[in-house]
Design a protein around this ligand. Structure first.
Ligand SMILES: [Zn+2]
Length: 236
């Protein structure tokens, strides 16, 4: 935000008449590490600022063109200080950094559906796990469901070429059940909701995929091997 100066709206399309501050910010954005690189400059700048928001192989070239050349010619960045506060706090807060949303669960009396991508990108499936449990705990009379769709990351859940097959049916099913009047969860179902909501540490998706240690173990193994070789080298 310091680089941006007073003009918080970044022109994304190239070529464009940009200030030296905006050009510098774009250079920095291009250098930021990320999961996937792209040949499209606008895509590189966008993902340098936000992080990759979709897996490229999940979206069509037409969608990719629309996203980068038509949809967002300018990127308003005035909200980034607010986003930074949310990320640093770990949950949603207002622009002043105060928790003014989660303290009022009674205002969210409605059924909810959470859909996460199973091929983690930008955010982890834990976000939907926590949100689902929060609503099950505070609004147990409504239907709350969570789906983790393998192979998807973040926005590709909604704009992916196969979203209409693999994602949208979950949304339609949830809406249909709500409209059929099955939103009111009673008796044993409600106590099941409460039990699941209180089991904060047990995300079945994470456990099914081996959890944190499935990622860290190879790294630890590599580190131990490296240490072993260094010790052998020093001793010899
Ligand atoms: Zn791209």
């Amino acid at each position: 935000m310091v680089i941006l100066g007073k003009n918080k709206i970044l022109p994304l399309l190239t070529p464009s008449n940009t200030s030296s501050r905006h050009r510098l910010l774009k250079c920095v954005a291009r250098l930021v590490p990320r999961y996937e690189r792209c040949t499209c400059d606008e895509c590189e700048i966008f993902s340098g600022i936000f992080g990759n928001t979709f897996w490229h192989n999940n979206i069509s070239s037409t969608m990719h063109y629309w996203l980068n050349k038509l949809n967002l010619p300018w990127l308003p960045m005035a909200a980034f200080p607010h986003l930074r506060k949310i990320c640093n706090t770990g949950f949603i807060v207002n622009p002043n950094g105060e928790s003014s949303y989660l303290i009022h669960p009674e205002r969210m009396a409605l059924p909810t559906l959470y859909i996460s991508g199973g091929r983690t990108l930008l955010v982890t499936p834990q976000t939907s796990f926590l949100a689902n449990n929060y609503m099950k705990l505070h609004q147990p009379v409504f239907r709350h469901e969570r789906v983790v769709v393998e192979g998807f990351g973040h926005s590709d859940l909604l704009i992916g070429e196969e979203s209409y097959i693999r994602v949208f049916p979950h949304i339609l099913s949830h809406i249909r059940l709500a409209e059929e009047g099955k939103k009111c969860v009673m008796g044993s179902e409600r106590s099941k909701n409460n039990k699941e909501a209180l089991a904060w540490g047990n995300d079945p998706f994470v456990e099914a995929n081996g959890g944190f240690w499935s990622w860290i173990s190879p790294l630890v193994t590599m580190w131990l091997f490296s240490l072993f070789f260094v010790m052998v080298y020093v001793l010899l």
